[in-house]
Design a protein around this ligand. Sequence first.
Ligand SMILES: [Zn+2]
Ligand SMILES: [Zn+2]
Length: 589
Amino acid sequence: MKKLSLFLLVFLCGCTGSHTLFHKGTSNYTIVIDADAPASEQYAATELQHWLREVSGVELPIGSLTDGVKGRRLIVGYNALVAEMMPDAEKPADRDDAFTWCNKGGDILFWGGAKRGTLYAVYSFLERELGCRWYAKDVSIAPKQTRWRFGNLYNHEAPAIFIRDNCYLDPLNTPAFSARLRNNFVRLPGKRDGETIPGTAEGYLGVHSMGDYVSPKEFYATHPEYFSLIDGQRRSDYAQLCLSNPDVLRLCTERVRERMRRHPDYLIYSMEQNDNQAYCTCDSCAAIAERYGGQSGLMVWFVNQVADAVRDEFPDKFIGTFAYQYTRHAPTGIKPHDNVVIRLCSIECCLMHNYDDCEQNRAFLDDLKAWGAIAPHLYIWDYVTNFPLYCLPVANWKTLQPHIRDFRDNHAIGILEEGDYQTVSCEMREMRTYLLAKLMWNPDEDVDALILDFTNGYFGAAAPYIRQYLDLEERILRRPGMHVNCFTNVHAEHYTDEFVREGRRLFAEARAAVSDDPVLLARVEKEELALCFMQLERTPQEGIENGADVLFRRVVEREGIDKMTEWTAPRAKDYMEKYEKMKNEMFTK
Ligand SMILES: [Zn+2]
Ligand SMILES: [Zn+2]
């Protein structure tokens, strides 16, 4: 940890000013909140208390506005005191994530929306002024300091994207960590109350939900006409609904309304096509699709009616539907209503190139712009890992930013960044999680600076070699004209044996640099899993001879890796058995 702190101390040497927050383990400050502060502001106060103690060694008391606090104050949350001290500051809306922190004389004020904004103000202050970092769920940095002084403090930020869904395992399973990264979406069944899970609240309930509302099991025998007509047959399996049928509209409306009543904590409720392309071809559906420029027109026509029907009872909620596969093109002559969210999916896209300079992405960009022009609320479902094998290197470090900028520029209110949400086997998942959080909040962040900061803080002395490895990925895997989507394999054309060998050479140097630190060594070895796997699959003899199988097994066992792919098999243990067998065969020859 000493090495990490040294790096951060360089960052911190500019703290000067006439007010002293703490000195040699003492402070005359009190953290002050409203007596009726919402849960997330109470939590913000305890987080400020905790991380300040980590940095300074002193635990500040938390008092309430009515306590008549003596001495200097850290005022947390928009309350009567903030209103009095900052008369120009308006009370933010509860779910507004924008925040401000500043000083007024020797007091420091932190305020934003009551659900999360104030909490984010506290994290922002801790990051920018005191050098705190939350690189991973179990890797937090709070650089020790003996004294911290300040003069003029001011920072105001607002997120570029309103709903930030960082779909990797740790943000999903560790809400406190996720909140520190300012992700405001966490899937935790039964625990979605934003007041009890600080920093998370904006839920999207369901996916591919039409089959739940009107299922073949319940209705096909009695009402086959509710389902897709294909080649003259109403289909019970692998089908969609017949959207022009008024009973289907009635059932979907009734059932989504029931769901909204049962689960009132969500913001958006799915009314989305099933995960297949077997849309209904009956005359009536075909006529509506024809009228509105295709299948997405039929879908918007249907979903608008559902949204209209629930609007009076749920004026603050949204009905969400897909622009996905056969509904990806925007319709003509019809627009989504203002309580409809369009979830546009990038599943066909190339991850290696910007949308505007890749022949495989231009059609998506056209769709993005077309939907952006007509949809009051666009939500992007973006794919950022390799689903058939999570561990394979995806050299998309340089495209995350331009892609998210395109989403922002086309008025996306939300982004789901679907990564490895199932296991810890994904290549560089901690850095991916971190970068995505930073970029969804502010797509104009300096990505190179973020990578420099993260690698130094997370990999310590191994960081220069990790960065050389990222450069190698950039050079070899991300070439012009070499397109890669989120479904690739270990023998794909962009991977080369030279890449694997050179990568392993760099990782050997990275391991050597942290050989005296078991914690850092384990982090480096975890990232080498990808290359060990690639070597064992591509050049097995070479992999066995240089011990790739031993490192693979060690990482799998230490990290508890089970799933390697989004599909059910093969699992990590299957690969270990395979390599064991390969080794035995080599040695018995
Ligand atoms: Zn039909
Ligand atoms: Zn491409």
